[in-house]
Design a protein around this ligand. Structure first.
Ligand SMILES: CC(=O)SCCNC(=O)CCNC(=O)[C@H](O)C(C)(C)COP(=O)(O)OP(=O)(O)OC[C@H]1O[C@@H](n2cnc3c(N)ncnc32)[C@H](O)[C@@H]1OP(=O)(O)O
Length: 168
């Protein structure tokens, strides 16, 4: 169930791993698809990979753990066992600009540090770098999620994606 730092008594907002709340998977799927449309089947398959280690999909909930207002997915990075890659960060359209993006990222970082014993979070973005800069991320070399061992590849540097990292 929810863990103390992410599920404080009295707070109407809880950040929990989706696999502990399978009844919220469809809502989470709809939230992600509202931003990046994809088939429900593919999306659900991705959410169903969430587990106690990595990958894990975290959701920010309200209304007594009944309503999903934000999501992020943390995945392993080949060759960087003390870090993870954060993707699919999305806040429900009606709740943007109210600090929930910052909140889910803070809880995800705490989760990485306290539950997974990680020391860094990496991510990439094409147009939201201002948000990540605001919450303490710094530009870094590109990270490959697919390369065999070498994680920082020059071939990725020419793309539009910007890579950022936060030391926890
Ligand atoms: C790694 C990835 O997944 S990249 C994909 C990112 N996701 C998307 O693009 C999906 C659509 N966008 C969203 O879901 C949201 O707008 C998010 C996740 C980017 C931001 O979430 P929000 O809840 O709106 O942000 P929140 O209110 O927590 O903002 C925190 C601070 O960042 C600032 N901020 C938010 N977005 C931006 C931005 N694009 N550029 C600059 N600053 C920003 C806010 O003004 C706020 O600053 P303040 O603390 O000084 O007031």
């Amino acid at each position: 169930m929810g863990l103390p730092p992410f599920n404080e008594t009295g707070s109407p907002f809880n950040v929990v791993p989706i696999h502990e709340y399978p009844e919220l998977m469809q809502q989470c799927c709809d939230l992600i698809n509202s931003e990046w449309p994809r088939s429900d089947t593919a999306r659900m398959r991705s959410l169903e990979t969430s587990c106690d280690t990595l990958p894990v999909c975290l959701i920010l909930t309200t209304d007594g753990l009944r309503q999903v207002i934000a999501h992020c997915k943390l995945s392993p990075i080949p060759g960087k066992k003390n870090a993870c890659f954060c993707e699919s960060v999305v806040v429900h359209q009606n709740h943007r600009g109210q600090g929930f993006g910052r909140l889910i990222m803070k809880c995800a970082e705490d989760y990485c540090r306290l539950m997974l014993d990680l020391d860094s979070v990496y991510l990439s973005t094409t147009d939201q770098e201002g948000f990540y800069e605001k919450i303490g991320y710094e530009y870094c070399a590109p990270v490959s999620m697919y390369g065999p061992r070498n994680c920082e590849l020059r071939s990725l540097e020419s793309g539009k994606k910007k890579y950022l990292r936060k030391k926890l």
